[in-house]
Design a protein around this ligand. Structure first.
Ligand SMILES: Cc1cc2nc3c(=O)[nH]c(=O)nc-3n(C[C@H](O)[C@H](O)[C@H](O)COP(=O)(O)O)c2cc1C
Length: 338
């Protein structure tokens, strides 16, 4: 299998899906190093980026939105995901991001290789503004947004959405056709409705339906927690690539495992010691990028996840979530893996 996103060629089509609050620069870099071929930023508000750029303040904390789009070499190729419901703001934000001509987040950053439009976020705060998956209820506006962003940037454009709003309104194939007609280079479909949020169980047949509806590449997404899950999605739906979100948390090696399965090569999983070594490197990188306080707070849930499956880790996870320094986490790890 291979995936081509507007000229960006990925041998296995393995993508780290966007995860606000989890797939930050550090985690994207970790996943890239373990076989993800392409990453996507956390979602950022197009309108917030535009307003932030208009504001005269220049202190670091006034560029919070721009910071989300900060890409460094270990995460590349990385696409930046934007959300919003107003075509003009979406177009302006995309143009700013693609040109790199915005203030903030400018030390060592790379340009995004693509822009991804979020039409799948189910969160109330987003949907109540007509953004994210609410756009699946307004396909003409969804089309206008895609067209406006397409006209604003030359780099590849992708759109991520769900099966539909609810079981009575499954319209992903229709939105896929609209995305294709308005110039998208690929689409990513999460095989759940908005109503399902993240409830267990996905019906991946919708991915096959979308694949049959359009000619541009289709990236399948939803409940890939093992190489078997990925292979099943690819063989059953004919999708051109897969995006993995939760399955990579605590297990970034999943990408390599999937690549090996696709190549028919036996896969040897990392030892417990190797897992915890990478976990610590991940935490150190988070602290280096975000500072001790924020970095450690955000690293704790990642660290807890890395211990899953290791003997005696249930108790350790509680301690990790309370650890006040990385040294303490390191000590807990040594107890697990002497
Ligand atoms: C913590 C978290 C944050 C997420 N943030 C985003 C986001 O910013 N943009 C987006 O399009 N999807 C977001 N998603 C959805 C995932 O990209 C993905 O579509 C969904 O989790 C299903 O894939 P999975 O079963 O592999 O987790 C998020 C999911 C999680 C769990």
């Amino acid at each position: 299998m291979s995936l081509n996103i507007g000229g960006i060629s990925l041998r296995h089509g393995l993508i780290l899906a966007p995860m606000a609050g989890a797939a930050d620069a550090s985690f994207r870099a970790v996943c890239r190093a373990q076989g993800a071929e392409y990453t996507v930023s956390e979602m950022l508000s197009a309108k917030a980026l535009c307003y932030e750029q208009l504001s005269r303040k220049t202190a670091d904390n006034t560029h919070k939105t721009a910071n989300i789009a900060r890409i460094t070499p270990p995460e590349a190729p990385c696409s930046v995901q934007i959300f919003g419901s107003e075509p003009e703001f979406m177009a302006r934000a995309a143009a700013l991001l693609a040109s790199g001509e915005y203030r903030g987040a400018d030390d060592g950053r790379l340009l995004p290789v693509a822009i991804d439009i979020n039409m799948g976020c189910p969160v109330h705060k987003v949907v109540s503004n007509g953004e994210g998956s609410a756009l699946m209820k307004n396909l003409p506006l969804a089309g206008e947004i895609i067209r406006a962003v397409r006209d604003a940037v030359k780099i590849p454009l992708t759109v991520k959405f769900r099966a539909g709003w609810d079981a009575d309104h499954i319209n992903a194939p229709e939105l896929a056709r609209i995305a294709e007609a308005n110039g998208a280079d690929a689409i990513c479909i999460h095989a759940r409705t908005r109503e399902q949020m993240y409830a267990p169980g996905v019906d991946i047949s919708i991915i096959g339906e979308v694949k049959r509806a359009i000619k541009i590449p289709v990236i399948g997404n939803g409940d890939i927690f093992s190489a078997d899950d990925a292979v099943r999605m690819i063989t059953q739906t004919g999708c051109d690539g897969v995006a993995v979100a939760r399955g990579a948390l605590g297990n970034p090696w999943l990408f390599r495992e999937i690549a090996f399965a696709l190549d028919g090569i036996p896969y040897v999983p990392p030892t417990d010691a190797e897992r915890l070594e990478l976990a610590l490197a991940h935490a150190r990188d988070m602290i280096a990028r975000k500072g001790e306080r924020v970095g450690l707070a955000e690293a704790r849930p990642h660290m807890a996840r890395y211990t899953k499956g290791i003997h005696g880790s249930a108790v350790a996870r509680d301690a990790i979530m309370k650890a006040e320094s990385l040294d303490i986490i390191e000590e807990i790890f040594s107890g697990l893996c002497p």
